[in-house]
Design a protein around this ligand. Structure first.
Ligand SMILES: *[C@@H]1O[C@H](CO)[C@@H](O)[C@H](O)[C@H]1NC(C)=O
Ligand SMILES: *[C@@H]1O[C@H](CO)[C@@H](O)[C@H](O)[C@H]1NC(C)=O
Length: 177
């Protein structure tokens, strides 16, 4: 019963978080390429990635591919043992875990030429980007909106909704577990 209740809680929280699922096309109009020296690090820095978001790699499958690799392999441009490989040229990858997700093109020389991207997914559901990692999800939710931030009534009501759902789920757990 306890496991069931906890599963219910996890599903609720995940479904609330993934309901906002944004779609990010890597490189925007340039796509996934070695042409034009696209700065994928800069591209990623302008985005806020959250659990449930979809990362889309668009490229010509004759010339490129997408491999998810470890941090060490990413740094070394080592494509010898990828975690996952995508080759359609229109690859949609849904982010289901927080933290860094490293991708590179496995065609020899392409990663070295800069065709690599680090997708860093936020741990909390907070919509306010923060330069330092939030100590805990609860703190992020409780923090007052910054006076010069981008907080809007919509964001605030989203946050309240998440807290309401979590409170209901916790009440469910404490009653039935
Ligand atoms: C590439 O990565 C594999 C597996 O992680 C490792 O065994 C191999 O030594 C690496 N090659 C180079 C050149 O770093
Ligand atoms: C790429 O994939 C998405 C979703 O998988 C689909 O909606 C879209 O039509 C595809 N685009 C092309 C050009 O195949």
């Amino acid at each position: 019963m306890k496991t069931l209740a906890l599963t219910f809680l996890v599903i609720l929280v995940v479904s609330v978080q993934s309901s906002s699922g944004a779609v990010h096309k890597v490189g925007d109009a340039s796509g996934w390429t070695t042409i034009g020296n696209v700065d994928y690090k800069k591209w990623a820095a302008t985005k806020t990635f959250q659990i449930g978001d979809v990362i889309v790699f668009k490229y010509s499958p004759q010339f490129h591919n997408v491999m998810q690799v470890t941090h060490a392999e990413f740094r070394a441009c080592n494509a010898s043992s990828p975690i996952a490989t995508h080759t359609t040229g229109n690859d949609s990858i849904t982010i289901t875990t927080p933290g860094h997700h490293f991708f590179l093109c496995g065609v020899p020389g392409h990663c070295q030429a800069g065709q690599k991207v680090d997708i860093n997914v936020l741990r909390s559901a907070s919509v306010t980007p923060s330069p330092s990692p939030a100590p805990a999800a609860v703190d992020a939710a409780e923090a007052p909106a910054p006076s010069i931030g981008i907080a809007s009534p919509l964001h605030d009501s989203n946050r309240r909704f998440v807290k309401l759902v979590m409170a209901l789920a916790l009440a469910y757990v404490s009653v039935f577990a």
